[in-house]
Ligand binder design. Structure first.
Ligand SMILES: *Cc1c(COP(=O)(O)O)cnc(C)c1O
Length: 434
């Protein structure tokens, strides 16, 4: 299948090219030229399929022309070595727990899938491909762990000195193998500038094959549709959907996760409405109210993975619905929450139900509590494990109440290996070449 650019100023490309390049030549985002619908009968018996089988059926609709079935099945099954279960929080509100992967956040799914698809496309390629990734914390850990041990690919993670938490740092500095961690004496923007400059540097590109593992890559964003189908299947299996409408709420920052849900809907997934849950970075909330899209610099919040002032995947939503505010606001309802709201929600839900939300999932939960009416069932995406935000969460429910999951504790025990560089490009370039 071909992939076109949302800016439509360049020719459509193959899946391989879209995955290797990430961004189109005209700086647009790649979109699949077709979205294939499932036969409605698929949903009658979807609850009899396990998660991996459902994901394979979804994957075939996008990647089936470009990757042979057997290989695609292997990639999907190898990606999904963990479950994405639905767990009841209150009567009609369910949590889709996306934190059972290696770094305890939903980005594991996309990062693991992309690593395996890239490896497949690069088979028989001479020499190594180098993935450069700048991170303020979570993306680096998902990408590093997703690509860990994948043949023919080396990952360089650049992160700002003193700006990531000890847990986050341990998740990409202790891996070894094909993962190199570089601490930059600067801020996140310096890391991002180094990576961007590297992609434009003629000599570097001649001597090394470089690519990014950015969240806008189609191989990272489309696989996120898998778990929406699984949520539907598991709720149906539990018998909670009988005649009820399904509402799905997505805590959103760059809007990749939500866009993948909308793709699921276009493939026929029976969802009645999607909710975009924002923190104080409420650009899309404002758009839904007014029809004006006004990007602005992000502000820091305690749900920091959603601190985005100009969500890149919004271009995909506009393209999907022909830039129609009317259509988009029929599909999507917006809610926004301040830090104070988020703390109150975590506290309330923990006291009433014993379920511990992370600051991102808290926005998803509350929007359902506000939105749902009679005859509706809601599921929100719990995008990370609360232990990844111990300080905030324990600040609400009390110290010592958030045990560190085994997986995170293991990272903390590992030996860190870090290269330290300044923020000048020449230093970074000679490091890469040397
Ligand atoms: C990345 C992230 C988000 C935001 O997801 P988008 O796809 O960028 O909208 C929400 N919560 C957590 C924990 C994240 O890591």
């Amino acid at each position: 299948m071909k992939y076109y650019s949302t800016n439509k100023k360049t020719n459509p490309v193959s899946l391989k090219e879209a995955v290797v390049k990430g961004l189109a030549n005209d700086n647009g985002l790649f979109m699949p030229e077709r979205i294939e619908k499932f036969d409605p009968s698929f949903f009658d018996s979807i609850d009899r399929l396990p998660f991996q089988e459902i994901a394979f059926e979804v994957a075939k609709k996008f990647f089936g022309e470009d990757v042979e079935d057997e290989k695609l099945k292997e990639i999907v099954f190898d990606t999904l070595q963990f479950d994405c279960p639905v767990v009841q929080v209150t009567g009609d509100i369910w949590s889709l727990e996306l934190f059972h992967g290696p770094t305890l956040a939903f980005k594991d799914v996309g990062a693991r899938f992309m690593a395996r698809l890239l490896n497949y496309f690069l088979r028989g390629n001479n020499g190594e491909v180098n993935v450069l990734v700048a991170t303020s914390g979570d993306t680096g850990s998902a990408v590093a762990n997703g690509f860990l041990g994948v043949d023919g690919i080396h990952v360089y993670v650049l992160y700002p000195k003193g700006k990531v938490s000890a847990i986050q740092e341990s998740q990409f500095t202790t891996l070894g193998q094909n993962i190199t961690a570089i601490e930059v004496d600067g801020v996140f923007d310096d890391c991002q500038r180094l990576v961007k400059t590297a992609f434009l540097d003629e000599e570097l590109n001649r001597k090394m094959q470089l690519t990014s593992a950015n969240s806008i890559n189609v191989a990272r964003f489309l696989p996120q549709a898998f778990y929406y189908f699984n949520a539907y299947a598991r709720l149906k299996e539990k018998g909670v959907l009988k005649g009820a409408e399904l509402v799905v709420s997505v805590p959103s920052g760059n809007f990749g996760n939500l866009t993948a849900g909308l793709f699921g809907y276009e493939m026929g997934l029976p969802v009645n409405r999607f909710i975009a849950a924002n923190n104080a970075n409420d650009i899309v909330f404002e758009y839904l109210q007014t029809g004006d899209y006004k990007p602005r610099p992000s502000v820091e919040t305690i749900a920091n993975a959603m601190d985005v002032g100009d969500p890149s995947n919004f271009a995909r939503i506009l393209d999907l619905y022909g830039h129609s505010h009317e259509k988009i606001s029929q599909m999507l309802k917006g809610y926004r929450y301040s830090d104070e709201d988020i703390r109150k929600i975590i506290d309330k839900v923990y006291r009433n139900t014993g379920y511990l939300l992370d600051p991102h999932g808290a926005c998803g939960y509350e929007s359902l509590e506000e939105y749902l009416s009679e005859g509706q069932v809601g599921v929100f995406l719990e995008t990370a494990h609360p232990a990844k935000f111990t300080e905030t969460v324990e600040g609400v429910i009390g110290k010592g109440n958030v045990p560190l999951p085994g997986k995170l504790a293991e990272f903390m025990k590992g030996e860190k290996k870090i290269f330290r560089l300044g923020k000048d490009f020449e230093g970074f370039k000679s490091f890469l070449l040397g």
